[in-house]
Write a protein of this length. Structure first.
Length: 47
């Protein structure tokens, strides 16, 4: 947080980072393909 000079910039970054993290960090190695695809579709729809 110290690298951001304005709170608005921090909020924008955090919002974008959360959406990208939801999309790409699904821990696919822990679930089967069907559940992984459903989670990916849900994350993409949310994004």
């Amino acid at each position: 947080m110290l690298r951001f000079r304005q709170m608005k910039t921090l909020q924008k970054f955090a919002s974008t980072h959360a959406n990208v993290h939801n999309r790409f960090s699904l821990e696919r190695h822990l679930t089967d393909r069907k559940i992984s695809k459903e989670q990916c579709s849900a994350a993409l729809a949310e994004w």
